[in-house]
Design a protein around this ligand. Structure first.
Ligand SMILES: Nc1ncnc2c1ncn2[C@@H]1O[C@H](COP(=O)(O)OP(=O)(O)OP(=O)(O)O)[C@@H](O)[C@H]1O
Length: 643
């Protein structure tokens, strides 16, 4: 019964006899240990009490019972240690067994979705949410493993299962990084469809990726790292390979790897991860040439970071690191002179004539970083496309898949609040607002409407409808993204500051928006002059406008684009299409692209029957056994789910 809010699809309180029945079924099947607290919050005597909710979670967590239900929603508390609950025997225990006959588990959710797919013939999706480090990616991997082990098999199916599983280490190497919140944080959003044939065997898959945090390629905050692949290659790459790529086995030698001052992390073994990634690449159909071309790009990003500039007598930038240019030309298979000149000039068109205008040092460094971000970001999307090719269903005819064939897994960045929040957090938190909106649409609202139309007695569930915040961000003309785009596209001197002023003019009276200028005395004390604050459904976040215009424009100078279009590296060549050079239309801004891709995602999810996994982080120290009930999201989960 995924998607329903409570057992039997009824709001708790209205169906006491039914709940008693479930309690008996549940408890009779349990061992003494499983009976710690209640395994479904709906069964709490005091189910509206926040304190009782937290206490129940804590009690169970202390006994390593990390899973608890709220109706059909699974709450999962990150144990930060390996638990003996994911063996093949555990999987067998959940296979084909009714949701409430066994103790709560991620496998129960996986199995329930699978059975619904098979019996109700309806596409399913499992939405996994929670803040960074709460355990979303681990949960999605456990679901995939469950299908890989328990679903029917054949030789061809085994290959697909392997590929589905092995796509993870590759995507994580390129898309994950150590952050302050999580040593293996996904810095992109992922939605994965697993396709099943009419026998219920997984036969293919497809991944959609969302907004990679490209700024990490050139800058990391203190205590954070760049994407794992850079360190893995340097630590694990064979001598020969490193020599070919012109790399030294020392992360400290690369400007793009030292910004966060923590190239080494005790919890991460880059060398052994490298071996896993290298093997996974073979499983997902990368031949030796593909790998060499891909790693040439990774190495070229490191060399780009070491390109330095000095100023000549006229104050124009000159490249001072000729060696780096040499390596770049070789790895990217481009002309070294053209590349060097393109890094220090900007092509402009004046009176119909093309002119090469020199850049100063600062502008050249900006152009270099923009190129590094573009190369890495596009290569990441290429990687996803390549993985999709290897996952695509190769059966003779699509009809053999039948009508209902898909279980989608959504593992997307959780709500983020840092000391300094920028454009990336703005996008990530907007995405979370959209998912909350979807959750409301699909569960609470539709349930209540159903009860009303059926004339069933029900207790009103008071919930905050966050549509007002989604509108604030995405509404045409008046929304924050529209205002940002307008500032990016208008002629004249637009800056991050003029964007902030425009925001203040346009949305000043909005109850979920405030700035230093608009706030009262108390607000001013904790809100910088360059910040705006959004009152999200999950809490307040201050965003610094610094860099918003740049990141939204995401511009790469035309002459650098040209160089890349002429690259002899087949991957780079595919990533930079010549049509971009002739296309007069301005490309969509980053925020608008993200908004459109989220709208498509919502459509995909709306067309499927959802199940929910809400992951919770028990503490901020990434420590096993430590449960701090007051963490930010903990409170939010309580507020939004316990009611
Ligand atoms: N079920 C689990 N059992 C053991 N350890 C876990 C489990 N879930 C999470 N962890 C631990 O917590 C870490 C963070 O989990 P994960 O990467 O899944 O978080 P996330 O919610 O996907 O975070 P982000 O949004 O930053 O990507 C994992 O690397 C692992 O060490």
């Amino acid at each position: 019964m995924p998607g329903n809010w409570g057992h039997g699809g009824r709001v708790p309180g209205a169906m006491a006899p039914a709940i008693d029945g479930i309690r008996i079924t549940m408890e009779s099947a349990l061992t003494a240990r499983d009976r710690v607290g209640v395994q479904d919050f709906v069964l709490l005597e005091n189910y509206t009490s926040e304190a009782a909710f937290i206490e129940n979670l804590r009690k169970r967590f202390k006994e390593n019972l990390i899973y608890t239900y709220i109706g059909s929603v699974l709450v999962s508390v990150n144990p930060y240690k390996e638990l003996e609950i994911y063996s093949k025997q555990h999987m067998e225990r959940y296979r084909g067994v009714s949701f409430y006959e066994v103790s709560p588990h991620i496998y129960a959710i996986a199995d329930n979705s699978y059975r619904s797919l098979r019996t109700e013939r309806k596409d399913q999706c499992i939405l996994i949410s929670g803040e960074s480090g709460a355990g979303k990616t681990e949960a999605s991997k456990k679901i995939l493993q469950y299908y890989a082990v328990t679903c029917p098999a054949s030789e061809q199916v085994e290959t697909v299962k392997d590929r589905l599983l092995q796509s993870n280490p590759v995507l994580e190497a390129f898309g994950n990084a150590k952050t302050l919140r999580n040593d293996n944080s996904s810095r992109f959003g992922k939605y994965m469809d697993v396709q099943f044939d009419y026998k219920g065997a997984p036969v293919g898959g497809h991944i959609l990726n969302y907004l990679l945090e490209k700024s990490r390629v050139v800058h990391q905050n203190h205590g954070e790292r760049n994407f794992h692949i850079f360190y893995q290659l340097l630590e694990g790459g064979e001598e020969d390979l490193l020599r070919r790529l012109g790399l030294e086995r020392n992360a400290q030698n690369y400007q793009y790897l030292v910004k966060g001052q923590c190239a080494r992390v005790s919890s991460i073994n880059d060398k052994s991860e490298w071996k896993i990634v290298r093997k996974a690449l073979s499983v997902i159909n990368f031949n030796d040439d593909d790998v060499e071309e891909l790693l040439s790009i990774v190495a070229s990003v490191l060399h780009l970071g070491n390109v330095q500039f000095a100023k000549d007598e006229q104050g124009n930038a000159q490249v001072t690191t000729e060696n780096q240019i040499k390596y770049l030309a070789r790895l990217l298979s481009v002309d070294s002179t053209v590349l060097r000149e393109s890094l220090i000039h900007k092509k402009i068109i004046a009176k119909g004539e093309e002119l090469n205008s020199p850049l100063n040092q600062e502008q050249a460094a900006y152009a270099r970083d923009a190129l590094a971000k573009a190369i890495y970001g596009r290569t990441f999307s290429w990687l996803v496309r390549k993985i999709n090719k290897s996952l695509s269903y190769k059966g003779a005819d699509m009809h053999s898949l039948g009508n209902a064939s898909v279980i989608g897994l959504l593992d997307i960045y959780g709500f983020e609040v840092f000391q300094h929040n920028s454009f990336e957090q703005f996008c990530i938190n907007y995405c979370n607002e959209k998912l909350q909106q979807l959750f409301i649409e699909l569960t609470l609202k539709s349930e209540q409407e159903e009860y009303e139309s059926e004339g069933i007695a029900w207790e009103p569930v008071q919930y905050f409808n966050n549509k007002i915040i989604c509108d604030l961000v995405e509404e045409k003309y008046k929304g924050i993204i529209s205002i940002l785009d307008e500032e990016c596209l208008r002629p004249g001197e637009a800056t991050d500051w003029t964007f902030l002023e425009k925001l203040e003019d346009t949305v000043k009276n909005h109850p979920h928006f405030v700035t230093h200028k608009l706030g009262d005395q108390k607000t001013r004390k904790c809100l910088g002059r360059e910040e705006f604050r959004l009152l999200h459904y999950a809490g307040e976040v201050n965003y610094s406008v610094k860099g918003f215009l740049d990141k939204n424009n995401d511009l790469l100078f035309r002459n650098l684009k040209e160089v890349m279009c002429n690259s002899g590296n087949p991957i780079v060549h595919q990533c930079f299409d010549r049509s971009e050079l002739t296309d007069k239309k301005r490309p969509e801004t980053a925020a608008t692209q993200f908004k459109n891709s989220l709208a498509q995602l919502m459509e995909i999810l709306m067309s499927k029957e959802p199940s929910y996994v809400r992951c919770i982080k028990p503490n901020d120290a990434k420590q096993a056994g430590l449960y701090e009930s007051a963490t930010f999201l903990m409170k939010r989960v309580t507020i939004y789910l316990a009611k």
